[in-house]
Design a protein around this ligand. Sequence first.
Ligand SMILES: Cc1cc2nc3c(=O)[nH]c(=O)nc-3n(C[C@H](O)[C@H](O)[C@H](O)COP(=O)(O)OP(=O)(O)OC[C@H]3O[C@@H](n4cnc5c(N)ncnc54)[C@H](O)[C@@H]3O)c2cc1C
Length: 487
Amino acid sequence: LRSLGVGEDAAAAAQGDAAVDLNATTFDAFLGAVREPFVVVEFFAHWCPACRNYKPHYEKVAKLFNGQDAAHPGRVLMARVDCALKANIDLCSRFSVDHYPFLLWGPPTKFVSAKWDRKQEKSEIKLIDDGRTAERLLKWINKQIESSFTLDDKKYENENMLPKNATDPEQIVRAIYDVEEATAHALQIILEHKMIKPETRDSLVRFLQILVAHHPSKRCRRGSAELLINFDDHWPSNTSLISQESSRMLESVETDDYKICGKEVPHGYWMFCRGSKSETRGFSCGLWVLLHSLTVQIGDGESQSTFTSICDFIHNFFICEECRKHFYGMCSSVSVPFKSARDLSLWLWSTHNKVNERLMKDEKDLGTGDPSFPKVVWPPKALCPSCYRSSSGTGDEAVQVGWNEDEVFSFLVNYYGKTLVSSYKETYVESQEKKHVMPLSDDASSGAARVPIGAALGVAAASCIFGALACFWRAQQKNRKQRKNWN
Ligand SMILES: Cc1cc2nc3c(=O)[nH]c(=O)nc-3n(C[C@H](O)[C@H](O)[C@H](O)COP(=O)(O)OP(=O)(O)OC[C@H]3O[C@@H](n4cnc5c(N)ncnc54)[C@H](O)[C@@H]3O)c2cc1C
């Protein structure tokens, strides 16, 4: 419970209330200072029986967002004002409270020294008209902030949520959510940084084509197809977008219709890719998993074009200068065209291992790695004993490993193919039914109720790092010479 420095705080704390009691004296100062981007204010009267009955519902939601044990701290502040107290009469009339309980929503600062009434157009303060039960209130909030919180969400305990055993092959099942999130996140970065230009447009189209055919999540396949169908309307070929046009397109692509993996994809909930620190793993891990899953899905005839598309995509759209530069170097060193999916998936696997080996050292020297997820030569022996031909090391420390590549390939196919999509169960009938409505939970595995969603971690590590590198990256882009042709 937030300290208000007033007596009510102590009283509320004693009762164990999660919602913060505000009054005429504290209201403006408190809401002007809070870190949460949104607040729900319940205007009530302590004598009102309906309000007393409503309190457990409001508290149930408030516990998710406020207090020490909040599952989702920092997202929404839940507050209340007792309009039956004489001191609060003016405050309640400032917000045209005409019944109890009366719930308003908006950015906290918009409440400060403000007035509101329902005729006010374009106000960022909104009346919550459907919050009569905890479930409905949370549903309303979820819609506003595009989250999929549930009343059962528990406080995120990083240690408890980490994969118990990184060598457990079943852990990859959880990565389907991360692949969806990474896909949505990648597109968001592309749009926010206005990276679609005449010289990069084709590369995005080609990558989207692969996603349409081979993304492990059906809803991402569908979303990529929709985006492709409308691609010319948004980004006509050979047109350099002025920034105003680009922003308009960003808005339209950000609407629900154009969310690449559907609007229910969670933000910041990395499951398989969750780090023990908020700034590690996340997006870049999800992106690797996506790339590996694509290479095990393609047909032999697509191997060279998929290689080119992956290289171009990372080169043009991965907003991490060091990563794209290294990856570019590794793509450039391929001299013979790929003829089979096997060769491509093994190339990506060994390329990823080269990155791991380099980072093993860097992270050790700089202390930037995730202590719970040190980089390893992958797969470790415990995950795939048959992948090792003979080696005196365990795989974790043995950099010089004699690999059995046939076994590695069949392991990759199983791990990133079958196991990753094993809980994916959309039937054809369901997909037809859902055609006109974006699915709430397109794959059985992503049913919000089944996802043990922890606290919002904010955007994953990678996005922070990559965001910071964006300017540098863009400057490089400008200076870049004619893009290299990988073929
Ligand atoms: C294309 C690309 C290039 C990158 N280059 C750099 C770089 O130059 N410098 C930098 O600091 N960061 C780079 N990164 C980020 C870095 O590789 C990691 O993604 C990040 O440090 C998070 O690491 P992680 O522990 O989550 O595991 P990640 O390396 O992200 O791996 C994700 C998961 O993939 C599996 N995996 C691990 N190795 C392999 C493998 N060889 N084959 C198949 N599956 C594997 C494991 O289950 C692992 O948990 C790059 C990322 C990408 C996508």
